[in-house]
Ligand binder design. Structure first.
Ligand SMILES: Cc1cc2nc3c(=O)[nH]c(=O)nc-3n(C[C@H](O)[C@H](O)[C@H](O)COP(=O)(O)OP(=O)(O)OC[C@H]3O[C@@H](n4cnc5c(N)ncnc54)[C@H](O)[C@@H]3O)c2cc1C
Length: 391
């Protein structure tokens, strides 16, 4: 059995690699290898625009909306080459991977025409306004309210952990539009401009020293009624459909980033002699094997998707597996670095592998915690009884 991409995809891979390498060794050299999501905002916006202009930003989308109708295999190949060329995290990723696909699937024609070109062209950065202080895993407990006045909604409430909240142009917000409703009922999905007096995004400093996410306060903020996706009260369905994109293809190709990180750990272990330590050697071998398993599982998901079958079978286990693997890699990196790993790049922040170690602690939290992933595997993957709610 050969687990690999079809040979005719070689030319596509070369075209992508050539373009990425010419850009990231040329005009965008300064942001190559950058890991932080909110540093160098202007360069990051320019990079999004360059990807858009060359039609590499949203390759899986239909051509009509700036994409290339790329197959899932091509999307994975592009993402692999992106990581190989050491492209920075995409400032536009929430628009490109979540908001855009949701608009294509559930938006009306007017919304598609007004929003998709700016996402595809790298002109609009989006953030995700789901979590609140009392609504994380239990997202249906959202308390942020929106009331319709004339042609617009007036929004009051608070979101938290909003990645890129301080730099985003737009936020997709789940808000309660039916007073007194509980759970998933009575919610609506609104697209809200961030640059307005009623929105206050305050940065939250992380243990890396950076502030990539924010708490976002809505105090009489406005969203046009025509910028609601789906019917009023139907926001839960839209919000869940959007998460389906998050748990699908978009997480597949990060393995190349992981490979880069593991290679760096191995290079340091060779240099500082830790590679001679049998326990470190064993952990490196385990990390290598784990990455292979992740790749084969990724290819399994890929072939499920190409066959038109439900991606979910293999996909359910994917987040749990990669997040735990990556957390272990962070710990291995610190074992290999030793005391050197405890020193920040400056007094204020950690970069490189220490940054990766600290950030990896969040991998088992965002996009569904480990415990929630296990609930999903047991309930949806294995058909076990649902856990009792409200206890
Ligand atoms: C780096 C990072 C970026 C993020 N970016 C965003 C963003 O851009 N937009 C956004 O909206 N949110 C974002 N989040 C928030 C993220 O979605 C939430 O942190 C996550 O959903 C968990 O919610 P919580 O923090 O409220 O924890 P809680 O839901 O309070 O969970 C606390 C603990 O209880 C466990 N638990 C809760 N319910 C159950 C259950 N039913 N069964 C078993 N165990 C359970 C959890 O697993 C966890 O261990 C981000 C988080 C991080 C760490």
């Amino acid at each position: 059995m050969q687990l690999a991409f079809a040979p005719e995809l070689k030319a596509f891979r070369e075209e992508a690699a050539d373009w990425l390498n010419s850009q990231l060794n040329g005009p965008f050299k300064a942001i190559r290898s950058q890991t932080n999501q909110v540093d160098n905002v202007e360069e990051r916006r320019a990079w999004e625009a360059a990807l858009g202009a060359a039609r590499w930003s949203v390759i899986g989308w239909p051509e009509q909306w700036g994409g290339r109708n790329a197959s899932i295999a091509q999307q994975i190949i592009f993402a692999e080459e992106y990581a190989r060329a050491k492209g920075p995290p995409r400032a536009g990723h929430l628009g490109v991977e979540l908001m855009g696909p949701t608009l294509i699937a559930m938006g009306n024609d007017d919304q598609k025409q007004r929003f998709l070109p700016d996402i595809a062209g790298g002109k609009a950065i989006w953030c995700q306004g789901y979590s609140e202080p009392g609504a994380g895993s239990d997202l249906a407990n959202v308390k942020t309210k929106a009331r319709l006045e004339g042609d617009r909604y007036i929004i009051d409430g608070q979101k938290i952990w909003t990645s890129m909240g301080t730099i985003a142009d737009w936020c997709f917000v789940v808000a309660r539009t039916e007073p007194g409703s509980v759970g998933g009922k009575g919610l609506s999905f609104l697209m809200v401009p961030m640059d307005q007096p009623g929105v206050d995004a305050r940065p939250i400093r992380q243990m890396t020293g950076e502030a990539e996410f924010a708490e976002v306060f809505f105090d009489g903020a406005e969203a046009l009624a025509i910028d609601r996706i789906g019917n009023e009260g139907d926001g839960w369905r839209v919000a869940m459909a959007l998460l389906g994109f998050e748990r699908g293809v978009s997480t597949l190709a990060q393995q190349m980033h992981f490979r880069n990180e593991l290679d760096e750990v191995i290079a340091i272990a060779r240099r500082n002699g830790k590679a001679n330590d049998p326990i470190i050697r064993q952990k490196i071998a385990q990390a290598h094997a784990g990455l292979k398993i992740m790749r084969y599982n990724g290819l399994r998901m890929l072939s499920d998707g190409e066959g038109g079958a439900d991606l979910s079978g293999a996909a359910y286990t994917y987040k749990l597996y990669w997040s735990q693997w990556h957390r272990d890699l962070g710990e291995l990196a610190m074992d290999v670095l030793g005391q050197e790993g405890e020193i920040g790049a400056s007094e204020e922040r950690f970069d490189g592998l220490p940054n990766m170690y600290l950030m990896s602690r969040s991998d088992t939290i965002y996009a569904g915690t480990d415990q929630i992933q296990r609930n999903i595997i047991s309930e949806r993957g294995l058909g076990m009884p649902r856990e009792p709610r409200g206890k």
